[in-house]
Design a protein around this ligand. Structure first.
Ligand code: NDP
Length: 299
């Protein structure tokens, strides 16, 4: 059997970003609307600083307004909630993202609950989770949105396929299950208490690993020809004092069996920011009662 096709998340993300740029241009010309995205970072976590810088850069590249707030690590929950209240009220801000994780004195749930659901571009607010679950227009978490687009690269039509998602978090596994149901997949969510995980995974035409365990999914867990989406980002030591990123799937084993597979890095990761930009445009359109520009209609 031939080796799996590698699904190029970087290239797909660049195409999505280009569509966002075209949509933003149309909104500016036709409606005088420039979507604005605010990102709030509390503390100095180096990885979070890099994410926030990238988000800001991509937002500007797409023609949107970027508002960045770097608050000190000892910021109180009250001060952060006050900042969010101001962003909720600001008419030029259409999307608000608070970078997680937050310092321990701040309860992340209270912070997420405080964001106006219509500006919740991460899609973590309980109102958006509920809207997604009942099939109403919602802002949907970015990583699961990216996973569906990546799966569609391999199979244009996901209808009727067996999808198995390993991981049941509120930010990846559960919303992804809702999205794959919407695609008419038959969905199974597996987790740490699942019995005989290799057998459950082997049923999947579309297998998504969102666990956070390096190389948990082995080649013999995968049904021949399956589409494999690897969400995991794990830093592992290479032995020479260096570290590298690997996914939740044993990539070399898996690519000998799967039909298509996303690499780590270069798969799901790049799609997350691209979908964030898409969500910011969607939020701006929803707030202004404007139809989504054609360029973004099927995203
Ligand atoms: P969580 O830790 O919130 O959830 C992990 C899930 O995996 C849980 O449901 C847990 O089960 C399950 N699990 C843990 N161990 C096992 C096991 N041995 N067998 C089966 N299931 C197991 O993680 P997230 O959903 O936030 O993230 C998952 C991974 O995706 C991480 O590596 C993270 O870094 C990455 N990620 C990547 C993103 C990207 O942009 N590419 C964005 C977000 C996350 P249980 O519920 O029973 O505990």
């Amino acid at each position: 059997m031939s080796e799996a096709t590698i699904i190029d998340g970087k290239a797909l993300a660049a195409r999505v970003q280009e569509r966002v740029r075209a949509a933003v241009e149309e909104l500016r010309e036709r409606h005088g609307l420039v979507p604005g995205l605010a990102v709030v970072l509390v503390g100095d976590d180096p990885a979070s600083r890099v994410y926030v810088r990238n988000k800001g850069r991509r937002t500007v590249e797409a023609g949107m307004k970027s508002f960045e707030y770097h608050l000190p690590a000892d910021t109180t929950e009250e001060a952060l909630l006050e900042r969010i209240a101001r962003l909720n009220a600001a008419s030029e801000v259409h999307g608000i993202l608070v970078q997680l994780p937050l310092p321990e004195q701040i309860n992340p749930q209270r912070v997420i609950d405080a964001i106006d659901p219509d500006k919740d571009v991460d899609g973590f607010h309980v109102i958006n989770a509920g809207r997604l679950a009942v099939g109403r227009p919602a802002l949907v978490p970015c990583t699961p949105l990216g996973c569906v687009l990546l799966a569609r690269q391999a199979r244009a039509d996901l209808e009727g396929l067996e999808a198995v998602i390993i991981g049941r978090s509120n930010i990846v596994g559960k919303p992804l299950a809702q999205l794959l149901l919407r695609e008419n997949c038959t969905v199974t969510i597996a987790h740490s208490r699942t019995r005989d995980l290799p057998r459950v995974a082997h049923r999947a035409d579309v297998l998504v690993a969102a666990v956070g365990r390096p190389r948990l999914v082995r080649g013999d867990w995968i049904k021949p020809g399956a589409t494999v989406i690897d969400v995991g980002i794990n830093r592992v030591e290479t032995g020479d004092g260096k570290a590298r990123l690997v996914g939740d799937v044993a990539f070399d084993e898996a690519k000998a069996v799967a039909g298509a597979i996303t690499p780590v890095p270069g798969g799901v990761g790049p799609m997350t920011i691209a979908m964030l930009l898409t969500n910011a445009v969607k939020a701006a359109c929803m707030q202004r009662g404007i139809a989504l520009p054609r360029a973004l209609e099927d995203l």
